[in-house]
Design a protein around this ligand. Structure first.
Ligand code: NAD
Length: 351
């Protein structure tokens, strides 16, 4: 990789797609989950803060920073459920890694695709510890941009081979089923959430709506189910009826953020939850009996993005799938920034 001080490696959407396809989606998800798991094992080394959110009537724009003392990373991400009606994504993102020692960025990358991959990898990693043993069938409620990634992560990491899809917009389910055709999943499109839940051991809720929705009601949730609740990730934006939460063993990423943004915003602020990193390190138990309802109240945390950024950085060094961005001013004399500007005058076009 380049030693030029003005240049930062940049991964465009095109390069990210080439990278994911070169590695293979399922292998990428598996390796990313390993990276996230390794970082969760050293959870205490990270600077942690709830993400910085700027809420508006239509959505949210968030910054998600963290550092392990040597490398710093952040993601810019939005969430605008109405966007798909205008041909835009609900969620888009980009991210940066930087060297803590000199503050220079060492990677700038698209993260819309990478967020879908890291969210799915984290969900499946949680399910590996929390889902009932031998789970092979999953319902996916909400069949938008995240859904295929979720399905493939659960196939690769948990062994799911039966998928039951439901979306209020049937065309979304049809697209999801079409995209996943021939990938080793037996797929059924369902007409209701109740129908989608028949015979599954895992349900993933990944809908987008800027309100306290009730995607799952208490009567839909039988004993032993693992719930992977992904879509509720903002104040006032939830998917589960609170009675489900009261019957569940709840696992979260970073409690100070999840209590603001997750399903548990509907509960008392001291309601007991277990942090996923504690399950991964063996400090706390995951699923302890077959009848327990386990809930992964996913909101997405900065350490998962940090892991994803570091993974991508290693992969582009190996494959060369990036371009060089002239991002940082680099005068010959570091203090002569103005002189550099003057010297550029000769080649500058007249305005
Ligand atoms: P999307 O807009 O592409 O898809 C959402 C789908 O949900 C749409 O197909 C819509 O028709 C469907 N839907 C809406 N209400 C529904 C209902 N009541 N029942 C069934 N289906 C319904 O959005 P996306 O990019 O797939 O994201 C989905 C959600 O996941 C968003 O809320 C987003 O903020 C969240 N998200 C969370 C994380 C995380 O880390 N937890 C990461 C990424 C996205």
């Amino acid at each position: 990789m380049t030693e030029k001080l003005n240049v930062v490696p940049f991964v465009s959407v095109d390069h990210m797609m080439k990278l994911v396809l070169a590695i293979g989606v399922e292998r990428f998800l598996g390796e990313l989950a390993e990276e996230i798991e390794a970082d969760f094992r050293r959870w205490e080394m990270f600077d942690k803060t709830p993400r910085v959110a700027s809420h508006s009537r239509e959505g949210v724009i968030e910054l998600m920073p963290t550092s392990d003392g040597e490398v710093y990373g952040f993601k810019y991400v939005n969430g605008h459920p109405k966007n798909t009606r205008e041909g835009r994504q609900t969620v888009t993102a980009f991210g940066v890694l930087a060297d803590v020692g000199n503050g220079y960025p060492v990677l700038l990358t698209e993260m819309t695709i990478l967020t879908a991959l890291r969210t799915a990898a984290t969900s499946a990693l949680a399910a590996k510890h929390l889902a009932p043993r031998g789970a092979n069938a999953m319902a996916v409620i909400g069949n938008g941009a995240q859904s295929e990634f979720q399905a493939l992560a659960f196939k690769a990491l948990v062994g799911i081979d039966r998928l039951r899809l439901y979306d209020i917009d049937r065309t979304a389910s049809l697209r999801c089923a079409r995209n996943l055709a021939g990938m080793g999943l037996d797929i059924t499109i369902c007409n209701s959430i109740e129908e989608a839940m028949e015979g599954v051991q895992i349900v993933t809720t990944v809908t987008a709506d800027k309100q306290n929705a009730t995607i799952l009601t208490d009567n839909m949730v039988g004993s032993g189910l693992h719930i992977n609740a992904v879509g509720g990730d903002c104040p006032g934006k939830t998917e589960l009826h609170p009675d489900i939460l009261r019957r569940s063993e709840i696992f979260v990423e970073y409690p100070p953020q999840t209590r603001i943004e997750g399903e548990i915003q509907q509960l008392a602020p001291d309601h007991p939850v277990t942090e996923l990193w504690q399950v991964i390190t063996g400090v706390a138990p995951g699923r302890s009996d077959a009848r327990q309802i386990t809930l992964f109240d996913s909101v997405g945390f900065a350490i998962e993005d940090f892991s994803a950024l570091r993974y991508v950085k290693r992969q582009i060094e190996r494959t060369g799938l990036y371009e060089e961005l002239d991002l940082l001013a680099d005068p010959d004399d570091p203090r002569d920034l103005f002189g550099m500007l003057l010297r550029a005058k000769a080649s500058a076009p007249a305005a």
